[in-house]
Write a protein that binds this ligand. Sequence first.
Ligand code: PEP
Length: 242
Amino acid sequence: MIVSNWKMNGSQSHLEQWIKDVSSNINYKTEVPCVFCPPACYLDSSRQIINQISSKLRLGSQVIDYSQNNALTGGISAEILGDFIVEYVLIGHSEQREHFKEDNSILRLKLNSANKAKISTIFCIGESEELKINDQTKTFLKTQLEILTSEDLGHLTIAYEPIWAIGTGLNAEKNYIEEVHGYIKEQCQLLLDIKENISVLYGGSVNLDNCEEILSLNNVDGLLVGGASLDSDTFSKIYNNS
Ligand code: PEP
């Protein structure tokens, strides 16, 4: 899976051109979903354009709230997302953990909400620079993974995004990515009591220069791309490298 996370970027005209360009430039492979996560206010027009041009792009949301039909100003429920045929949702992104103070209990409720609406979750985890320096990455990731349950199986993808690599231009070393992804897969097997591997995407300053090398790693099953995905040509090329 290759995911574009636009975060809080873009405009209506950028969006229209981007969807058209990416849809015609990618050599789409059914086994590699190409997921577009625009800001929530663009989900409606994204869905319309995707349908109009019969694009292979799959729509993902950057947000989901855990209650329905509630007095939550600014909230977006799984039910609302369903109107735009949103197939994926990002949960646990480090920016939301930090700025919206999303802790494990809130994230668990969001996972429940996505599960109930049959929206596939891309569950984001990652350690800070301080934890990495203190060699606490694995212990920390384990606490983030511990909220997963067997209810999440079947529509769960993990995105490993070291916080210190997001939007910084810094890249984790190949061996580090391989080792951490291996650990995440192992932990998922133990926690969820499964034999198969959960897909683990890598994210954090992925670009055209480093995507091929990262994707060549055995334990990397795809990419979550932020800044570099805003350019349709770059994102299409990253997808085509997968
Ligand atoms: C992200 O935050 O999901 C991300 C991958 O950002 P960037 O590629 O810009 O580091």
